[in-house]
Design a protein around this ligand. Structure first.
Ligand SMILES: Nc1ncnc2c1ncn2[C@@H]1O[C@H](COP(=O)(O)OS(=O)(=O)O)[C@@H](OP(=O)(O)O)[C@H]1O
Ligand SMILES: Nc1ncnc2c1ncn2[C@@H]1O[C@H](COP(=O)(O)OP(=O)(O)O)[C@@H](O)[C@H]1O
Length: 199
């Protein structure tokens, strides 16, 4: 796989644990997964604001800052989605090492890809949050008009239409965005973080 040789790993003198202590909270990744239109962006954005107001150091990764930059050479084939998630996982790991509470909002349709990110991180650092919403409801929301385009055949391999979405088998949290309000959804995540001593 790797092509780099003669690489020497330099341990930092300042450790992740020391950064966490300075920040007064743990670092981890809140990994939102779900269909397009399920609410990943809306919830993670509102949640980040709430966390920031509580003095938590956060960073949000989503398509705007990843697919336009780091991953702009990737499309939506199964291979490209896997590579998309792999790179985001590596970035999230660096951010966790930097002491941040990272929020990611990607469809991440493949269970194996999400599990690989979980493996990359230490125990308890990967918090999988399933934004659960039926295709029918996502399609009726259609905030970006993409389902309409997918139905018209203008977008191929659209998740939920002609590309798969594999539901999480055992997520840390499931948010039913068809039946829970945005406020309830944000509160559910904050409660989880408090109850499990992340913040
Ligand atoms: N074919 C296809 N399938 C799904 N989504 C598509 C597609 N083409 C473009 N888009 C838009 O790209 C956003 C999904 O990007 P992600 O990086 O989250 O996808 S993935 O995790 O690699 O599957 C997704 O954003 P969200 O609606 O926020 O989920 C869409 O706006
Ligand atoms: N309970 C809810 N939680 C999140 N979004 C909701 C909820 N109910 C309705 N919505 C709406 O659904 C849409 C979700 O879009 P978005 O957050 O962009 O989804 P995603 O990032 O998963 O593609 C928004 O238009 C939002 O206002």
């Amino acid at each position: 796989m790797g092509t780099s040789t003669n690489i020497v790993w330099h341990e930092s003198i300042v450790t992740k644990e020391e950064r966490q202590k300075l920040n007064n909270h743990k670092s981890a990744v809140l990994w939102f997964t779900g269909l397009s239109g399920s609410g990943k962006s809306t919830i993670s954005t509102a949640l980040e604001k709430e966390l920031h107001l509580r003095g938590i150091r956060t960073y949000r990764l989503d398509g705007d800052n990843v697919r336009h930059g780091l991953n702009k050479n990737l499309g939506f084939s199964p291979e490209d989605r896997t590579e998309n998630i792999r790179r985001i996982g590596e970035v999230a790991k660096l951010m966790t090492d930097a002491g941040l509470l990272t929020l990611t909002a990607f469809i991440s349709p493949y269970r194996e890809d999400r599990d690989n990110v979980r493996e990359l991180l230490d125990e308890g650092e990967f918090i999988e949050v399933y934004a659960k919403c039926s295709v029918e409801e996502c399609e009726s929301r259609d905030p970006k008009g993409l389902y309409k385009k997918a139905r018209a055949g203008e977008i191929k391999q659209f998740t939920g239409i002609d590309a798969p979405y594999e539901e999480p088998a055992d997520p840390e949290l499931t948010i039913d965005t068809e039946n829970q309000s945005l406020e309830e959804s944000v509160e559910a995540v904050i409660s989880y973080l408090k109850e499990n001593n992340y913040i």
